[in-house]
Write a protein that binds this ligand. Structure first.
Ligand code: PLP
Length: 438
């Protein structure tokens, strides 16, 4: 039987069909890999079986959403029951109240919550909330940090040495972004306390919000330093701006998210991914005084909130079961497995000629094709040759039976065993020792 990437594989046939109906052959760019994507047939715990019958350890987990892997029996059973009772209503359900209670019990700053359908939507709403609360136009974000696909949140996502300037220059991410978008985003260097404070203060009267990810994925999950956390908390409060913490990806780090683990006190938090248990989701949670922006009881709220599929009971059910299963012991276990993975791979790279490194936070890791110490976007930035080397690693791993991202990112899930991680590390060591050519 043919296997990916053979031209006779079923994945190739599906890609050929896709080329007729999708620009570029696929309907989202994320799963793209050369020469064509692997098409999934089904998921079983930590593994995915593709349409050619090849089984691979899934370190992607739909980009960190499936913390219990694929088709966890308890999630499947609860969802099956809910689907039989209806999938979406133009009425609230008990399921949304139950998931809200589960999430609000997990972090001190989550006094109230509102659901939506993606992390991008959550970030968009949080930014609009901050503007509604302060009457100011600008947001602050860190250079090279991903917060989803809202124009403002994308500014300076892929700056490069030819355009990033000394202090980070605000650059629209896609072609056609109005100049006003970049003008309303103040970009700061991540973890650089002095520069970030200076830049924020210079724009203080116009700043509605400071948006930060506690351990940005594009920066190899480098966590915010204590000094940076202290500065952001102090300065946002002094200038009357809203501190938005984007925990769409990092909430898996601890029962109460990275904010509890690192001791961060945001006004508003954006959530997504794992809280939907494998279904589309987003949420904004925060202190009552800030969440009141959505309260309609006195007439039109400062920020109206809607969404046809918002809080649909299927997502709510899957999210509740998923979070109830994700207790301290489950989180500790995958965090420790990841810590070992990062340590072991780094020491293997030290002993080999592979000029790379692995960074990680909680149950997430990233393999880089360079050894420069990573503190921010500019030090994490990969040259085209380094980026190609990691793409070659991804391709080699796919052929060896492992899915990671083309950027070198991977996410652990609770069904993964020590043996799974051992075999993944062996494959990485074998491929990096053999040398990687793009
Ligand atoms: C930190 C962060 N914020 C926001 C988003 C956007 O979430 P979604 O893809 O659900 O729109 C992501 C997605 O990866 C993310 O990692």
């Amino acid at each position: 039987m043919a296997r990916w990437p053979e031209p006779t594989s079923r994945s190739k046939q599906l890609y050929e069909r896709g080329l007729e109906v999708f620009p570029g052959g696929i309907t989202r760019t994320l799963p793209w890999q050369e020469p064509f994507p692997v098409y999934a047939a089904k998921g079983e715990g930590a593994y995915v079986v593709d349409v050619d019958g090849t089984r691979r350890l899934d370190l992607l987990n739909n980009f960190a959403t499936l913390v219990h892997g694929h088709a966890h029996p308890a999630v499947v059973e609860a969802v099956r029951r809910q689907v039989g009772d209806g999938t979406a209503f133009a009425l609230p359900t008990e399921r949304e109240v139950a998931l809200a209670e589960v999430i609000c019990a997990r972090a001190e700053s989550f006094e109230q919550i509102r659901f939506c359908n993606s992390g991008s939507e959550a970030v968009m709403s949080a930014i609009k909330a901050a503007r509604a609360l302060t009457g100011r136009p600008k947001i602050v974000k860190a250079e090279g940090v991903y917060h989803g696909s809202y124009d403002y949140a994308e500014v300076s996502l892929d700056s490069n040495p030819s355009n990033w300037g000394n202090d980070p220059i605000s650059i629209g991410y896609s072609k056609g972004v109005p100049k006003g978008v970049a003008d309303d985003v103040v970009v700061v260097p991540f973890n650089d306390v002095e520069a970030a404070e200076r830049i924020i203060r210079a724009n203080a009267p116009q700043i509605a919000a400071v948006l930060m990810d506690p351990a940005p994925s594009y920066l190899g999950f480098t966590p915010m330093s204590q000094a940076f956390i202290d500065m952001i908390e102090r300065v946002t409060r002094e200038i009357g701006a809203v501190f938005i913490l984007d925990e769409v990806i990092t909430f898996r780090a601890h029962r109460g998210g990275a904010q509890t683990l690192l001791g961060i006190d945001p006004d508003i938090t954006t959530l997504g991914k794992i809280i939907g248990g494998g279904f589309p989701v987003g949420a904004v949670a925060g202190r009552r005084a800030f969440m009141s922006v959505y309260d309609h009881r006195a007439g039109k709220p400062a920020l109206p909130w809607s969404g046809t599929f918002t809080a649909n009971p299927v997502t709510m059910t899957a999210g509740q079961v998923t979070l109830e299963l994700l207790d301290d012991a489950a989180i500790d276990r995958i965090n420790h497995l990841n810590e070992r993975l990062v340590r072991s791979l780094n020491s293997a790279f030290e002993r080999s000629s592979f000029p790379g490194q692995v960074t990680g936070f909680a149950s997430m890791f990233m393999i880089f094709g360079h050894k420069r110490p990573i503190v921010d976007y500019r030090s994490a930035y990969a040259s085209p040759a380094e980026a190609k080397c990691i793409k070659a690693l991804q391709r080699g791993l796919t052929e060896e039976g492992f899915h990671i991202a083309g950027t070198g990112k991977g996410f652990l899930s609770t069904p993964m065993t020590e043996a799974d991680i051992e075999s993944f590390m062996e494959a990485v060591i074998k491929l990096t020792k053999a040398g990687l050519t793009a």
